[in-house]
Design a protein around this ligand. Structure first.
Ligand code: ADP
Ligand code: MG
Ligand code: MG
Length: 302
């Protein structure tokens, strides 16, 4: 279990002083589905990128915290007090990913000679290794004040030392692809070579299924999908929540995907702030009435 907490988050373009986020407050917990909606240019993608640690943006105020609960590491494991809360703004993007934050990868359109299988296994091993390092480091610091830091390390007995081997990974991959109802041939293909828009989106869900994040941020994963592919992708997102308890921050301009991935909470972003939050009915209202009425309601002007 984990809880991602954005509070009073302000961000601007790193090279310049254009303000984009102007006080975002948002909490997403494992197992919850949140829809983040809003007109173009309201700051949705910037929110996603700031969570992930994108270098194009500079945080000028506010916090992004990740709180971890014991279950994060398995049933009988207790997390050290000083490893429960992480200030993500102090961490590199790969460290954030290792702690369980997923944002669809930015990778080159094609990498010659790298199959999907190899790419995914490399990504999983990188996450495991980074995670070990993060907790070892913290453990080392704790050891200086307190001798028993080592024994209560959450990494012990939880993650195997070293890499996931080829054979083991094949099993994981097969299980996840079945769960997502994906064609097995997909995994043998070269990274993104000739992938359709829909296949790239399915790929993003598969990455999340393999990495088992606590919180996945999916930015416009519904854009440009035909109805069949939208259903496949939606089934995959629901499986992330149902099978592995991933919390989902689903960023979307349109209500359509929310017919298939039903959100627990809906937030409307306007001008770099969350202007209104509600349940699934809020998305229906947006579908009927657009975004201007929210602006009117909040600011008294359209
Ligand atoms: P959304 O995803 O809601 O459409 P974005 O977060 O992409 O909105 O963008 C919000 C605003 O910030 C827009 O006006 C956009 O032009 C601006 N913006 C975002 N990223 C950059 C950037 N790297 N450089 C300059 N302006 C940016
Ligand atoms: Mg700046
Ligand atoms: Mg966007």
């Amino acid at each position: 279990m984990a809880r991602l907490e954005l509070s009073n988050l302000h961000a601007e373009v790193a090279e310049g002083d254009e303000k984009i986020l102007e006080g975002v407050d948002l909490e997403v917990e494992s197992g919850e589905i949140h829809a983040l909606m809003g007109p173009n240019g309201s700051g949705k993608s910037t929110t996603a990128k700031v969570i992930a640690g994108h270098p194009a943006y500079e945080v000028t105020e506010g916090e992004v915290l990740l709180h971890l609960e014991d279950e994060e590491f398995g049933e009988d494991v207790e997390i050290d007090e000083d490893q429960r809360t992480w200030d993500l703004l102090d961490l590199e993007p790969n460290e954030r990913a290792a702690l369980g934050i997923f944002l669809g990868f930015q990778y080159p359109a094609e990498i010659e000679g790298v199959t999907m299988t190899n790419f995914l296994r490399t990504a999983l091993n990188a996450k495991i290794e980074e995670r070990e390092e993060l907790f070892e480091e913290e453990e080392g610091e704790a050891d200086e004040d307190e001798e028993e830091g080592f024994e209560s390390s959450p990494m012990e007995g939880d993650v195997d030392e070293g890499e996931v081997g080829v054979a083991e990974f094949q099993e994981i991959l097969q299980e996840k692809m079945e769960q997502l109802d994906m064609d097995e041939k997909f995994a043998q293909r070269y990274l993104n070579a000739g992938f359709s828009g829909g296949e790239k989106k399915q790929n993003e869900v598969l990455q999340a299924a393999i990495l088992e994040p606590s919180i996945a941020v999916l930015d416009e994963i519904d854009s440009g999908l035909d109805i069949d592919r939208l259903q496949d992708v939606s089934n995959g997102i629901n499986a992330l929540r149902d099978e592995q308890g991933t919390g989902i921050l689903q960023i979307t301009h349109y209500q359509r995907i929310l017919d298939y991935v039903e959100p627990d909470h809906v937030h409307v972003m306007l001008d770099g702030q969350i202007a209104k939050s509600g349940g699934p009915e809020l998305a229906e209202q947006l579908e009927d009435k657009g975004y201007d009425w929210v602006r009117e309601e909040v600011y008294g002007t359209a």
